[in-house]
Design a protein around this ligand. Sequence first.
Ligand code: ADP
Length: 256
Amino acid sequence: LRIAAMEPLDAFGAEKLFLLSFKDISELRRLDRMRSDFVANASHELRTPLASLRGFIETMQGPARSDDAAKERFLGIMLDQSTRMSRLVDDLLSLSRLELKSHIAPDQSVDLRPVIGHVRDALLPLAEELGVEIRLHLPEQKVEVLGDRDELVEVVENLIENACKYGQEGKFVDVFLRNEPSQPVEVSVVDRGPGIPAEHVPRLTERFYRVSVADSRSKKGTGLGLAIVKHILTRHRARLIVKSELGKGSEFTVRF
Ligand code: ADP
């Protein structure tokens, strides 16, 4: 609240005039807090693998100096930790690039069939490693939406990768592309994994949010994938709809 006293204006015949202006800054405060939480979380996530790398280097310089077997094992762990850090930095860069572009509307005409096909091919090695088969159910005709091809690749990639990682024991991941007359275009990724407890579903797209059921912690990830997905979909005026049933599996649908 700001109060400014003004000189009386003759026209009003008043002794003194006051100008009251109200501005709701709670939203600004909330954004500020989110930003500083984000920096704190990102620093913490980078610090953990860095501390571990440092610990291993010191051990290799000292107590394990002449233990070749131990050194070999430590090098494997160090490689994993540095991969984790690279993934995190890539995701952070993706988010900040998206923020910079937030005022530019994506406007290419993108056929979603080759997007999905390309992502499936790129994920084949991971799917094979996890013993999952990715099955595509695509229409014969082009399905075009207005968007940014690279960003849409990122969305589909995140959803299919998650379905493979977290739905691994279901063996199959199905991807449906629907384009029914007078219906919105939809991409659905369906897995038959353990599902997600209902109370976590609304929070999945928060930055760094990971469901802490025993299994999910052991899977590699940054907790930023679905935050990136949400960001991209907002720019595309599209929505993410999540349906999940414990013991049955999950369905992540993008509705354009
Ligand atoms: P990440 O996979 O890097 O942890 P995401 O933002 O992509 O981060 O996902 C957030 C969390 O949502 C995951 O850690 C996981 O717990 C949960 N999740 C996402 N997709 C699935 C899925 N298909 N089945 C079960 N849990 C999932």
